[in-house]
Structures are given as C-alpha cells and as structure tokens.
Write a protein that binds this ligand. Structure first.
Ligand SMILES: Nc1ncnc2c1ncn2[C@@H]1O[C@H](COP(=O)(O)OP(=O)(O)OP(=O)(O)O)[C@@H](O)[C@H]1O
Ligand SMILES: [Mg+2]
Length: 510
C-alpha cells in the first residue's frame, strides 16, 4: 500500500500565451490511495492533471509512473499505461447512447462492422462489476449530470485505468449523488485502483481521501495526511489564512413587493411538468433561497422568470407589471440579472476575450460609449476594476475566456451579473466550483446586494449555502412548492430534507 505509484517532480508549465500555470510542482501518489488535489481557482490543478494524462505538454520536469519515467506523447499513451481522466467539463456526445459513448474509439468489431451486441454487453458487465447503475441504451443528452459522471467513469474503467484522475467530479452533483459516488470510489480503492480527486470541498476530502496536496499560485504548498487533520487546518493550508464559511449579516429589513410569481406552470418539450402551480412573493431587501434536490424545477423556475420559455402560463409580476412572455433582452433591461447554472453552455462565450464577456450585457447601452462609439478606455477601466474586485485570475483581459480555469470562468459570470446594478438578481448555483476564499467573497457580495435593497433569488443544491444566506426559504419538489418559510431560522437542514425528498408537504395557502 505504501508503494509509490506516481511521482511528478519539478513540473513547470508555461502556456503559449505566457501564463505560468505550474511552477516547480511536486506530487507523489501512493498505490491504492485516494489523493486529494486542492487549491484556489487557477492554482494549476487541472493543468497538472492534463500534463499527467498527456493532454498538455510540460515545459519542464519529470514524471515517474510505476517506477519508470513516463514519457507519454498524448493521452492515448497514458491510457495504454492505465491512466484515465474524467475532465472538469464533461466530454460526452449528447446525441449518442451511453454504450456508444463508452466504447467510442475502441469499438469491438465483427468483420468490418461494429459488434453492437458485444459492445452493449461489455458496457453492461463493466457497469455491474463496479456497481455503476447506468442503462447502456439511454441517450446521453437525456440523462442527469450524476449519471453522465458515471458514464465518464465507466469509460475510463473500460479502458483499463488503474489510476483515475477525477477533476472536480462532485461540483455538479447533489449531496445524494456525491455520497453514491463516494461509495463507488471506495469500492474502486478496495479493488486496487488509485484515485486523484480534485475538489474545493474540505468535508468531502476529509470523508474519503488519505492525503492532500495543495497548490497555490501554481506552486506546491505541500502534502499532508487527512487523518487527524481538522477542517480549519486544511482550509488554512489551502488559502494561507483562516476561512470560516459563515456569513456576517444583519437581520433583514424587507421593503416593498418586488416580484410576485402567480400560479406559474411550465411543461417541457418532452411533456414533463417542470413547474406545477408555483406561487411566491419576493420583497426588496430579501434573499429567498430555493432548496431542492436537483432537477425538481429550480432551473426551470429561474429560466421561466428570465424569459427563456414561450409556453409558460401564469404570471410573473415584477414591479407591478407582468413580464411573462417578454424576451430575455427586455427582461434584462428592466433590471433583472441572471447567473446561470451552466457557465460553459450559457454563461461565457469561450471564444470571446475576457473583457467582452465582462461587459457583454451592457455593450448596447450608453454606459460604455462616447458619442455612439464604443469607448475602449472606459471599457478597460471597468473590466480592470471587475477583475480586481472579483479576484479573477488572468494575465490580460484580452485573452479568450476559454483559457480561464473553471472557477475563474464562473467569477467572470458573477462579476458581470453583479455589476450591472440589478434590482432583482437570480443566482443559480453561484458558488459551484469556486474555491473557499472566493466563496466567502461571493456570499458577502450577495448580502451586500440585499442590504442595498435588491431582491435575490438564490438557487442552490448546497443546503449549507441556502441555510447560511437565505432570509426566507422555499423548497421545491417535483415542480411544486413543497414548503415556504418566511423566516429561515425557523427550520433546520433535517426538516428541509424531508420536504425536498417529498416525505412532507405544507398545505397550500388559501
Ligand atoms: N489553454 C490555456 N491557455 C492559457 N492559459 C491557460 C489555459 N488553461 C489554463 N490556463 C491558465 O492556467 C492557470 C491555471 O489554470 P487551471 O485550469 O490549471 O486551474 P485550476 O487549479 O484547475 O482552477 P479551478 O479550481 O478554477 O478549476 C490559470 O491562470 C488559467 O487561466
Ligand atoms: Mg480546474
């Protein structure tokens, strides 16, 4: 168990645009352990793992794997040696079935044709062996993120991986899905696999990892055993100071009515009733937390308010006016902001420079113009302030947003949406994939917005986040409002859980 499986020594990585992502990094992983790789957004975690997997070339340094120098020329080599990686952003083909995705590039053949029966059987068997419950015939575009994750893991296992690299696998999972994943990872560990696990969540790391290596600013801070370490010690190790994830906030003082959602209904194209007679009110100066197991209508609620759907019924009354049926543009112009859940799909334009992403929502109005023309000096003054205020790690705001680390992309979206001075802010999973330091900062910003009299709808799968921030809490279950608590301190996590799981439901208000 104590044999070294992997040793990365003095790894330096300079990207072609001059960004130094890793500086003299060292990482040693023992066979059969679960090793956590932690560190702030942009610390260089994904880069280091891409180097190991052969996706990126190192600028300097040496890698030893199973005692021999690893000179992988690309990921095909790494896979052949038993190294597998599940990326931070999934790489599945949505239009294909699960089994087709899993065997992509290694299809069993019957003559010149793909042996479909054999492929399905192979996927089914491997899934069973590792207790990964997925239907090989399901179309990937239709399954939940939790299941997609399993498909990615299955893909890696089927290629014979002994060392699995999981880049923030839990960032997109619900607490329940996370626990399920952990059981599977422990099972893999028992069967002799080694796992490198990237996460920002200290509690998760404490639950399943043996050792932690921390990176900060591209350098190694060190490695420590998890056993006997406290949460405070680990967080200090990570950010170099104590971060206590708690919010300092005064009692709320609710102002006048800002938003009233009345009997909102929405049925998806597939015929699923995603919103089922949803009604609630939001006042100025109020943070309304929306709790729920993912996929119970929270996303649809946000999107319906923000003008995504043409066929929603009911009313969304904002400052006295029904905005249901208005376009996203019109809704934005009324002073509503939205931080979407999926920052890659709807949050950032990867091929647009960082500055463009930061101001894209206000590029058409007068603020950035001098006599009708875009004033680039003004724009850069503004983007520089945002980059500083939100601690977005980038060398130059002219770089493409796609080159940012996952967490820094999220910060770009948050900075843009918070800075447009909205009256109503809808924040959907605002701290997903965000490091503890930045998490604390975003929580503070949300409370600041509230204290400035804004209304906030906070959607989060992280119950701790909902409990910490919200003044009032609404629980969604299967598209309907299962419970509402005007005063969030009147309810605890355990009680919320019952409503989330549909074990309990408040009587509808008369
Ligand atoms: N393809 C690229 N080209 C240029 N710079 C890049 C590229 N990919 C990443 N970077 C930069 O390298 C640094 C490290 O990024 P990396 O993605 O490794 O961070 P991370 O630790 O995984 O962060 P997060 O927790 O946010 O995912 C960042 O400054 C990032 O902007
Ligand atoms: Mg990353």
């Amino acid at each position: 168990m104590d044999r070294e499986l992997l040793k990365m020594e003095h790894i330096t990585k300079i990207y072609p645009n001059g960004v130094i992502a890793n500086k003299d990094v060292n990482l040693t992983v023992k066979e059969g352990e679960i090793h956590a790789l932690m560190g702030e957004n942009g610390a260089g975690k994904s880069t280091l793992m891409k180097i190991l997997f052969g996706d990126e070339e190192k600028t300097e340094g040496t890698i030893y794997y199973q005692g021999k120098e690893l000179k992988a020329a690309g990921s095909a080599d790494a896979i052949r040696l038993g190294i597998g990686m599940v990326h931070q952003h999934f790489m599945l083909v949505n239009s294909l079935r699960v089994y087709e995705n899993v065997i992509l590039g290694m299809e069993p053949k019957k003559g010149a044709l793909i042996d479909r029966e054999k492929a399905i059987e192979l996927v089914r068997e491997t899934a069973k062996k590792y207790n990964l419950n997925v239907d090989p015939m399901a179309v990937v575009g239709d399954i939940s993120v939790g299941l997609k994750q399993k498909v990615e893991i299955l893909k890696v296992l089927l290629r014979g991986a002994k060392l699995l690299i999981l880049d923030e696998p839990t960032a997109v999972l619900t607490p329940q899905e996370t626990q399920e994943l952990f059981e599977q990872l422990l099972l893999l560990k028992e069967s002799g696999h080694t796992i490198i696990f990237i996460s920002h969540k200290i509690r998760e790391v404490m639950q399943i990892c043996d050792n932690i290596t921390v990176l900060r600013g591209g350098r190694t801070v060190g490695t420590m055993p998890v056993k006997n370490a406290t949460e405070e010690e680990i967080s200090k190790f990570m950010v170099g100071r104590d971060v206590i994830l708690k919010v300092q906030k005064e009692k709320p003082s609710f102002g006048e009515l800002l938003l009233e959602v009345k009997d909102l209904n929405y049925t998806t194209r597939e015929g699923r009733k995603a919103l089922d007679h949803v009604s609630f009110r939001l006042r100025k100066g109020q943070i309304l937390g929306v709790a729920g197991v993912e996929g119970n209508g929270q996303n649809e609620l946000a999107e319906a308010i923000f003008g995504f759907y043409k066929n929603a019924s009911g009313a969304v009354i904002y400052k006295g006016e029904n905005i249901l049926g208005k376009s996203i543009r019109e809704i934005r112009d009324l002073g509503i902001s939205y931080v979407p859940e999926d920052r890659i799909k709807t949050g950032v334009a990867e091929n647009v420079p960082i500055w463009g992403n930061l101001v894209s929502d206000i590029i058409d109005d007068g603020r950035l113009r001098t006599r009708r023309f875009l004033d680039y000096k003004k724009i850069h003054r503004m983007t520089e302030t945002l980059i500083r205020d939100f601690a977005i790690l980038c060398k130059d705001d002219g770089h493409l947003a796609g080159m940012l680390s996952g967490g820094n992309m999220q910060k770009v979206v948050i900075a843009r949406e918070f800075s447009s001075d909205p009256q109503l802010l809808i924040a959907n999973q605002p701290t997903r994939g965000i490091d503890v330091g930045a998490n604390e900062f975003i929580w503070k910003k949300i409370v600041e917005q509230r204290d400035a009299g804004k209304g906030i709808i906070l959607i989060s799968a992280d119950l701790n986040e909902v409990m910490e921030l919200s003044d009032s809490i609404l629980v969604m279950c299967e598209g309907h409002v299962a419970a509402y608590f005007e005063d969030s301190s009147q309810v605890d996590e355990y009680e919320l859980g019952k409503y989330m799981l549909g074990l309990k439901r408040q009587e509808a208000e008369a």
